[in-house]
Design a protein around this ligand. Structure first.
Ligand code: NAP
Length: 248
């Protein structure tokens, strides 16, 4: 059984991942900003599955707190086998294009927060010579689009960071998984006008994430059809792409 740390564990996708992992008997450490909500969820998992679940406060942008946070995780849970980075912030793109404070928030939560906490966790994993680090990036990080390029650039940065980390840790026995979901029906996307047929349920994305972590996969497009969409989008020449209009 693995000991799993989930960062941003209040996310709808993360909660579904936690459900699956708890049902399989893994030990969990749920961390996020809203600790009260985490505690209620942990109690639910303990009652339903008899799982061992720890909770703790984690803010991706409180960079200076990350070393102490991880020390506390290790003290409480003993060790960490798998890590899932699930925190994220879509933000208000229209505001972000002209208001740097919003753009900065998007970049800080999605990219800087991940880099900061991984600079503490990755050396620990490297030292142990085993384990899995999974980060939820996005299809949005594959190519800049007019209506989400600030969030897209943060996720693009995360995708590149995870790719480099994977190469670095490959020979050390540590697997690094980049998760690229398409549109998922969660609080992050509520109220957005998305093409309904392309919106998936967090339960499906969570199943794919758990399978990919168990198999030590490198990159996961979820659901799978996003691999075809992403590949097609990447192949469009820039002089055509700049003229195209996307529904999100
Ligand atoms: N939904 C989609 O269509 C979609 C598509 C592609 C990728 N993703 C990515 O998938 C991941 C999960 O997203 P979701 O859709 O499940 O989102 P969600 O349900 O809206 O949850 C996002 C979570 O991020 C946490 N968070 C935000 N800022 C944080 C910070 N500074 N420190 C720690 N936690 C923070 C929040 O935790 P608290 O409640 O504790 O504040 C919140 O519960 C994100 O990385 C997202 O970018 C989502």
């Amino acid at each position: 059984m693995a000991k799993v740390l989930i960062l941003g564990a209040n996310s709808a996708i993360a909660r579904e991942v936690a459900n699956i992992l708890a049902s399989k008997g893994h030990t969990l450490y749920l961390a996020s900003r809203n600790v009260e909500r985490l505690r209620r969820f942990a109690q639910h998992l303990e009652t339903k599955y008899g799982a061992e679940v720890f909770t703790g406060e984690f803010d991706a942008t409180a960079y200076a707190s990350h070393p102490l946070f991880f020390k506390k995780v290790l003290e409480e849970m003993g060790e960490v086998d798998w890590v899932l980075l699930a925190f994220g912030y879509l933000g208000d793109h229209e505001r972000a294009v002209s208001d740097f404070s919003e753009a900065r928030k998007i970049l800080e939560i999605n990219l800087m927060g991940a880099v900061s906490v991984l600079s503490v966790i990755a050396p620990y994993m490297e030292g142990r010579g085993r384990g899995v680090i999974a980060g939820i990036s996005s299809i949005a990080g594959d190519r800049g689009r007019a209506d989400n390029y600030v969030y897209g650039s943060a996720k693009g940065g995360l995708t590149v960071y995870l790719s480099g980390l994977r190469q670095r840790l490959f020979r050390k026995g540590v697997k690094v998984l980049t998760v690229k979901p398409g549109f998922v029906d969660t609080p992050m996307t509520s109220g957005l006008d998305l093409p309904k047929r392309l919106v998936s349920k967090p339960e499906k994305v969570a199943q794919d994430i758990v399978k990919a972590m168990e198999r030590g996969k490198d990159v996961l497009h979820t659901p799978l059809y996003w691999w075809f969409i992403a590949t097609a989008i990447r192949c469009i020449p820039e002089f055509v792409f700049k003229r195209m209009k996307f529904k999100r």
